[in-house]
Design a protein around this ligand. Structure first.
Ligand code: DC
Length: 218
């Protein structure tokens, strides 16, 4: 039986996480946050003091790491039995994730871990290459984007609300740098998958985006 999949790809900060989680909950489908797999690997690499250009060590860590996901109200991730949820969202982790994710050998090792999330009654998969590489046969595909300025503004507001000191100029530069790395890498670059519906969230509310995605599936 073909298990339905809805893929939501796009650049960082476009609102994929919030939208995907809400849509998965409404449809009562499973949810894959594929970025958190790359983020978990980045944490494992940083913790082992392995340099981000040491490919053989990084692939060894990718092959050996044990990940457990609790996809409840909030995502809880355990790496080799240790809860790493608090470190998942930091800029250091995100930037290192983008670097390790550019290695084809790393992507090959992590591919099956992602495919394993496809279970009945269905899956909402959020990432950069969900519709193009991991689930090319997905029934529903969305490409969710927003301007770099808007994404930087949202990230800045989030950090300030959390009481974290932030610099809008630096965040914009980091977002542009990460976009460039995710789009220009040779393997599974960030692209609009064939057959995907593009939604630009720059001037839409989260609820408007959720409604647009749900309409696509129903
Ligand atoms: O979506 P995110 O910010 O959590 O992703 C972190 C990094 O992981 C992102 O910069 C690129 C990488 N990534 C990827 O290469 N492929 C995916 N499907 C998801 C994330």
């Amino acid at each position: 039986m073909n298990i339905p999949v809805l893929t939501i790809d796009g650049p960082s900060g476009a609102g994929k996480g919030t939208v995907s989680r809400a849509v998965a909950k409404l449809l009562e489908w499973h949810y894959l946050d594929s970025g958190s797999i790359y983020r978990s690997l980045a944490i494992a690499v940083l913790q082992s003091d392995v340099a981000l250009d040491n490919l053989s060590q990084i692939t060894a860590i990718a092959g050996a790491m044990q990940l457990e996901f609790d996809c409840g109200e909030v995502l809880v991730v355990r790496l080799d039995g240790v809860d790493i949820t608090a470190q998942l969202g930091t800029e250091t982790t995100g930037n290192a994730a983008s670097i390790v994710a550019a290695y084809p050998a790393v992507r090959a090792i992590l591919l099956q871990k992602q495919k394993d999330f496809r279970r009945l009654p269905g899956l909402v998969a959020d990432g950069r290459d969900m519709g193009s590489v991991v689930f090319p046969d997905a029934e529903y595909k969305v490409y969710l984007t927003a301007s770099a300025e808007e994404r930087a503004n949202r990230r800045y507001k989030q950090l300030i609300e959390k009481g974290i000191d932030a610099n809008l100029f630096q965040i914009t530069r980091e977002i542009e740098e990460r976009d460039r790395r995710d789009q220009e890498r040779a393997t599974a670059p960030l692209t609009v998958p064939e057959g995907a519906t593009t939604i630009d969230s720059s001037s839409l509310s989260i609820q408007q985006v959720i409604d647009a995605v749900i309409n696509l599936v129903r």
